[in-house]
Write a protein that binds this ligand. Structure first.
Ligand SMILES: CC(C)(COP(=O)(O)OP(=O)(O)OC[C@H]1O[C@@H](n2cnc3c(N)ncnc32)[C@H](O)[C@@H]1OP(=O)(O)O)[C@@H](O)C(=O)NCCC(=O)NCCS
Length: 173
């Protein structure tokens, strides 16, 4: 699949580039990102390896760097895409300095809009650890419906299998 850019108000969601590695590395040293996303990207080599994995789009995975005035402010992805089932999963992180401006909510809405229209998805899922209250706010404000609590469903970087909340948005929600 050919990568596409999406514009959302003052923000640009664009394909990742190799030269994003330093900004990804700096963002990833934030304690919240370490907690939920792990240590890999906290080194330059790790950030480069991550970019190599995610920059290429496929029928299962699309990801964007979120820019504000040329500065990296976050990451958005649609992954676990299954076109036959018309389902996918959305994920995000924002750099600490850009948080609290509604960027995650606005970008999540935009990525869902694009996934429903361009990929003809019917259902987009969102998972987060129950302790991640910021992510729960993003899900609710981006129009997702909470469907349940998955017990000890995912081992996070702290080594603990956390309960997760499962949310979804349908194409006609
Ligand atoms: C989750 C995250 C992406 C939210 O990004 P953001 O751009 O600050 O989110 P928004 O500005 O769109 O805010 C959405 C809501 O979350 C709330 N929120 C933000 N940080 C919060 C926190 N630490 N605790 C509780 N609520 C929080 C905001 O107040 C807002 O709700 P409100 O409008 O009712 O006040 C960001 O905190 C982050 O990158 N966290 C670390 C990585 C992560 O958790 N990724 C998701 C893994 S599933």
């Amino acid at each position: 699949m050919e990568p596409v850019s999406l514009s959302v108000d003052e923000l640009m969601l664009r394909p990742w580039r190799e030269d994003d590695a330093e900004a990804v590395c700096a963002a990833s040293r934030d304690p919240l990102l370490r907690r939920w996303n792990g240590e890999e990207r906290t080194t330059l080599d790790g950030a480069r390896a991550w970019l190599t994995r995610i920059a290429g789009w496929s029928t299962e995975h699309c990801s964007w760097a979120v820019e504000d005035g040329g500065v990296l402010v976050g990451s958005m992805s649609l992954h676990e895409i299954d076109l036959a089932q018309a389902v996918g999963e959305v994920g995000y992180w924002m750099v600490p300095a850009a948080r609290g401006r509604g960027i995650a909510v606005r970008c999540t809405r935009a990525v869902c809009r694009w996934g429903f229209a361009a990929l003809e998805l019917d259902r987009i899922q969102l998972f987060h650890a129950v302790e991640n209250t910021a992510s729960a706010r993003v899900a609710a404000k981006a129009g997702f419906t909470q469907e349940g609590r998955l017990r000890r469903s995912y081992r996070y970087p702290d080594g603990v299998r956390h309960d997760e909340l499962l949310w979804s948005r349908l194409s006609d929600d």
